[in-house]
Ligand binder design. Structure first.
Ligand SMILES: [Zn+2]
Length: 103
C-alpha cells in the first residue's frame, strides 16, 4: 500500500476516507489511535494517515485534490453547529463532525 494523505486534523482525514470509500477506494488508516504515543513521537508522526492500494493511488489522489480544491473554490456550506465553512464534498463538518444539514 502507499501513503496518500496525512493531516493533523483527524476529522479531515476521516472525511476523506469516507469519500474515498464511497468511490470504491480501499483505505487503511494508520495512526488512528495515536494519542497514547504522543509523549514519545514528534507531533507530526502521530497524525492519522490514509493508505491506499497502489493501483488505486492515482484515482484516490485525484479525489483528494478535487475535494481540497473545492473546499476553497466555493460551494461551501456553513456548519450549523460551529459556524465553520466546509467544502461541498464533505458531509460532515471537518471541525466538529456535525452532519451537513444545509444541503
Ligand atoms: Zn462544525
Amino acid at each position: 500500500m502507499k501513503k496518500l494523505f496525512t493531516h493533523e486534523n483527524r476529522l479531515i482525514v476521516f472525511n476523506l476516507k469516507n469519500l474515498l470509500e464511497e468511490q470504491g477506494i480501499n483505505c487503511h488508516i494508520e495512526n488512528e489511535f495515536s494519542s497514547s504515543g504522543v509523549g514519545v513521537l514528534a507531533p507530526f508522526e502521530t497524525w492519522p494517515e490514509i493508505w491506499v492500494e497502489e493501483y488505486q493511488f492515482d484515482k484516490a489522489e485525484q479525489i483528494v485534490d478535487e475535494t481540497l480544491n473545492n473546499q476553497s473554490a466555493g460551494g461551501d456550506w456553513v456548519c450549523s453547529g460551529c459556524g465553520e465553512s466546509n467544502g461541498s464534498n464533505f458531509n460532515l463538518c471537518w471541525k466538529c463532525n456535525s452532519p451537513s444539514s444545509a444541503h
